[in-house]
Ligand binder design. Structure first.
Ligand SMILES: Cc1ncc(COP(=O)(O)O)c(C=O)c1O
Length: 365
């Protein structure tokens, strides 16, 4: 009998979230961002739910190969472009579009021998100072690319640092607009937060949006807005079962370090999920969890293979009960991954990417 823990990928929710992003950024084409193994979901597992996208955006050539192996004939974009010149051979072979964010990548293209000119996305650094050409260097980069026989169409892109915060995107949009105004080509600016918050504005949504986290049912601007606000659904559930029950008296402690002490008689459940499964050890007492679809809280420190939940007000629950650590319970109740991430001082991105390989995964249609 395997440990009673399981992750579930909800294909219907992936489809639903994708359609929400289409509504949020009408007329834009949608890249489903599937880097980091589809944000921990598994490229192959997420594919069925995401094949309605207009393209897949990712980082690794191996992931691009896997998407092609699934039968995808449409666009695939390498969000960081190539890392060495021979990567361009695979781009030619797999028909990949790639980002060009630095002079070195143009140098590589210039020496690449191909009969198939490449579609590239020239990236501007509009203020995030991660990847991309500064506004004053963009035009020269564009002219260099335009002169290369290896290059077919040149599109323009940038990435926002603060689409999810009060600072917003106005300064970066302005910088991008000013630098690209008279350059031809399609535009791509928006991640999830920008697509949801500003996608109704045609000048911002451009021709392609690049949502990742919202596709996977996490709110990009939580706690300002939760997934219910954005009409998104969880696409990944982490659930386990109760494998033991303890009765506590006032003064009894729970778990390593005795960080929780009962101040009255209590009943607690021990759950077959710990930090070696990808549940954050940093989640303190009080982190929400669903037992048989009803909200309760964790107690004490998370250990490697187990954690404790409060069953005091759940007399019908006990050994074998379902515990939803995040996602959707069997009765339909939802615990957004964002709430658990926040309790751990992090974001939904990190939790969904970190579900451990030892956790069995099932894909629900
Ligand atoms: C260039 C680029 N575009 C789009 C995304 C998707 O962002 P999000 O998951 O916040 O929607 C990312 C993710 O970091 C990215 O690096």
């Amino acid at each position: 009998m395997p440990r009673p823990i399981q992750a579930t990928i909800h294909t219907d929710a992936l489809r639903h979230n994708l359609s929400r992003l289409r509504e949020a950024a009408p007329d834009a084409r949608v890249w489903a961002v599937v880097k980091a193994n589809a944000y921990g979901h598994g490229v192959e597992r997420a594919y069925e739910g995401l094949r309605g996208a207009d393209g897949f955006a990712l980082l690794d050539l191996q992931e691009a190969q896997r998407v092609r192996d699934l039968g995808w004939r449409g666009p695939i974009l390498l969000l960081e472009g190539v890392f060495e010149v021979r990567d361009l051979e695979l781009c030619s072979r797999l028909g990949l579009w790639h980002t060009v964010h630095c002079e070195e990548q143009i140098d590589m293209l210039a020496v690449h021998k191909t009969h198939v000119p490449h579609r590239v996305f020239l990236k501007m650094n509009s203020g995030m100072n991660r990847l991309g050409f500064k506004p004053q260097a963009l035009r020269t980069a564009w002219a260099r690319l335009n002169a290369l026989p290896q290059v077919d169409e040149i599109s323009l892109m940038t990435h926002f640092s603060d689409a999810d915060t009060d600072k917003g995107i106005a300064a970066q949009v302005q910088a991008f607009d000013e630098a690209t105004r008279d350059l031809p080509g399609e535009r791509s600016l928006c991640n999830s937060a920008a697509a949801l918050r500003f996608g109704q504005d045609p000048a911002v949504r451009g021709d392609w949006v690049r949502p990742g986290i919202a596709v996977y049912g996490s709110s990009p601007d939580f706690p300002a807005h939760d997934i219910a606000h954005w009409g998104l659904r969880p696409t990944q559930t982490l659930a386990a079962r109760i494998i033991g029950v303890q009765q506590l008296q006032a003064g009894d402690c729970v778990g390593y370090g005795s960080t929780f002490t009962a101040d009255a008689p209590m009943r607690i459940g021990i759950v077959a999920c710990g930090y070696a499964d990808g549940y954050p050890r940093l989640c303190p007492t009080g982190t929400p969890a669903l037992v048989d679809g009803t909200r309760t809280r964790t107690l004490g420190r998370v250990s490697m293979d187990m954690l404790a939940v409060d069953l005091t007000d759940l007399p019908a629950s006990g050994f074998g009960s379902e515990v939803t650590l995040w996602g959707r319970a069997s009765n339909g109740a939802v615990l957004p991954i964002d709430e658990v991430a926040r309790a751990a001082g992090t974001v939904g991105y990190e939790l969904m990417c970190a579900v451990a390989p030892r956790v069995p995964v099932v894909v629900e249609p």
